[in-house]
Design a protein around this ligand. Structure first.
Ligand SMILES: [Zn+2]
Length: 489
């Protein structure tokens, strides 16, 4: 999927549009902060974001700011509004005062292309800000074109745009709410989520599903980052996958989370110990050492169940052993990114530290990078496996006379060849290439082959050496084969 590009415009430069009722509030400063936060949250969700101002004081022309959006999917100008009349007046038979105006207006471009998104944003912003009079989508026309200069600019470059009024800074409640940086962050997150849903970008990495890393990759990873990792930890790693599969939860994500929670199973600075079999800090709060489980399997099962509590609202497949399962608001964090309370749109989650989910994903990507180039013998191979090591197996079996196509896929033909090899070498012919088969294969390859007769020029080898320019080795072959080689060359 190609990236969605958003152009964000912070309305007004410098210190501009002071609130008449909350003097600390300047619209321009709020716009500036909010657009930076929104940029960050959009980028986390996979958007590409450009902005119209180099800094708060930079002040390009309105039209030019809108036209900056050229090539983008959307232009968004951020503001808070002002109502200017201070006297009371009648409206729809009610007494009315502009100070009371507290609603979200989103002005969408006349092309109508941003209209449905603008409506969703208006409703969400009104909800998050708790405005008195809700949210609306509007258009504003002037002489047959856009009324707002920035929207004239974005329309001129063919980009649907909107001007978002985050309620009115002439309303004291709204202005005070917007002065709080934590509120702005919540607002930015909520807006980014609306955009992500609208453009069909998933909110993050689903916790539910099939693991992408295998046990060998996880074991290799932990051995690399913690050379003193206890053998019991290495042995239990396959349980992440089997327990995860039972509940439809990605066991590799659980493993990456355990690495984070236990300091790569060093338990340095961790509230839990290895003996507790609690590899995810379950039940750890200030002054509490957390839950304990009888076996590593139960500890991992509880973690998987706890992740499932966050990931979806499906019934547990197994017997519930997570003592904290019911404390979770089911399905509040379907994505790893949302496990962190700060990143979760509902303000719920597993942990309160910033970027908790992002840290898990960083570990996961390193686990997945392990063994891109696997060597034969690193893992047990069976039908359905793929990879460099399968290709190596196919090539070596071919060399031993079990002709195979080296396509890196362990299919029926490879299985048949492995079975044949196994029975030829007195092994159980189960077609699974494990340590015993590997040992036998290496042994078979080491058996000295009959001496090369002079006419058997190793042509493949010669060509490879020529291509890579290995002159010394070529000379050695030349010395051995003399005349025949000269003819070839
Ligand atoms: Zn404004």
């Amino acid at each position: 999927m190609s990236k969605i590009r958003i152009c964000l415009d912070a309305g007004h430069a410098g210190k501009y549009n002071r609130s008449p009722v909350v003097p600390e509030y300047y619209e321009s400063v709020m716009n500036w902060k909010l657009h930076l936060l929104l940029k960050e949250h959009l980028e986390r969700r996979g958007f590409e974001v450009i902005t119209t101002r180099a800094d708060l004081d930079a002040d390009p022309e309105l039209f030019d700011r809108g036209a900056t959006a050229k090539g983008c999917d959307l232009f968004m100008s951020l503001h808070s509004n002002a109502a200017y009349s201070t006297s009371e007046y009648e409206e729809n038979g009610n007494s009315h005062k502009d100070e009371y105006v507290d609603r979200v207006d989103v002005y969408a471009t006349l092309d109508g292309k941003a209209h449905s998104l603008a409506k969703k944003l208006a409703d969400k912003i009104a909800e998050v800000m708790g405005t008195d009079q809700g949210g609306n989508v509007k258009t504003r026309e002037h002489k047959g074109g856009e009324y707002y200069g920035v929207l004239r600019g974005s329309a001129a470059v063919g980009v649907p745009g909107m001007l978002v009024e985050h309620s009115f800074h002439t309303n004291a409640r709204a202005a005070r709410w917007l002065l709080d940086d934590a509120n702005l962050d919540r607002l930015a997150r909520a807006e980014a989520d609306v955009l992500a849903a609208h453009y069909g970008m998933i909110g993050g990495t689903p916790i539910e599903g099939k693991a992408k890393a295998d046990a060998w990759q996880m074991q290799e990873y932990i051995k690399r980052v913690n050379p003193n990792v206890p053998q019991s930890v290495i042995d239990m790693i396959p349980l992440y996958l089997s327990e995860g599969a039972v509940e439809g939860i990605r066991g590799d994500i659980a493993f990456a989370q355990s690495c984070l929670e236990t300091g790569n199973f060093t338990f340095d600075g961790s509230a839990v110990t290895l003996a507790q079999n609690n590899f995810c800090g379950l039940g750890v709060t200030l002054g509490r050492s957390g839950e304990s489980f009888g076996t590593p399997q139960h500890g991992i099962r509880a973690q998987i169940q706890h992740l499932k509590a966050y990931a979806n609202e499906k019934e547990l497949a197994g017997v519930k052993i997570d003592p904290r399962f019911d404390k979770v608001k089911r399905g509040c964090a379907p994505y790893v990114e949302w496990l962190g309370i700060q990143e979760n749109p509902q303000g719920k989650g597993w942990a309160s530290g910033a970027d908790y989910g992002e840290k898990i994903l960083t570990i996961l990507s390193k686990v997945l990078a392990v063994g891109i180039k696997r060597r034969l013998g690193d893992r047990t191979l069976r039908r359905g496996d793929e990879g460099e090591d399968v290709k190596e197996l196919q090539e070596l079996l071919t060399r031993l006379g079990y002709a195979l196509n080296a396509d890196e896929k362990f299919g029926p033909a490879t299985e048949t060849a492995v079975k044949q090899f196994q029975s030829d070498h007195g092994l159980t012919a189960d077609g699974i290439y494990g340590p015993a088969s590997h040992k036998a294969l290496i042994g078979a390859l080491e058996t000295p082959e009959p001496e090369t007769k002079p006419e058997e020029v190793p042509t493949d080898q010669v060509y490879i050496l020529m291509i890579v320019g290995e002159k010394d080795k070529l000379d050695a072959i030349r010395a051995e084969h003399g005349g025949e080689l000269a003819m070839m060359l």
